[in-house]
Design a protein. Structure first.
Length: 121
């Protein structure tokens, strides 16, 4: 029973050390960071050239959706590679489950294709 509570003690010690490290880092950053707001610091920086015009620009939402779809299918590949390494040991049930997984992702890709999200122009 003693080792059971010792493991909680270790977790508590690590949590306290982590919170302490974050507190020390924030405190040091607050002490060391400069506080003067100079006009040069507040201007927009464009590769050494003085900014011209406004800083506001409009971007289309489809670029964000395209990036989001990339992340989703990138995560799919992260799940597929470990599965493929132990494919022979898993059996037929794992093949069916992976087929369902890929089918659901293919439905998502088909949906986004039908909504014309994947077209750039």
């Amino acid at each position: 029973m003693e080792s059971y509570y010792e493991s909680y003690g270790i977790v508590t010690a690590v949590l306290i050390a982590g919170v302490g490290l974050v507190a020390v880092a924030f405190t040091l950053a607050r002490i060391v960071a400069p506080r003067r707001q100079l006009p040069e610091k507040l201007t927009t920086y464009e590769c050494g050239i003085d900014p011209v015009g406004e800083g506001w620009s409009q971007s289309q939402i489809r670029y964000y959706i395209y990036a989001f779809l990339f992340v989703i299918f990138d995560v799919e590949s992260v799940f597929l590679f470990p599965w493929a390494t132990i494919f022979e040991r898993l059996g037929f049930q794992a093949v069916v489950e992976m087929g369902i997984f890929v089918f659901i992702l293919a439905l998502g890709l088909l949906y986004s294709y039908r909504k014309k999200v994947l077209q750039w122009a």
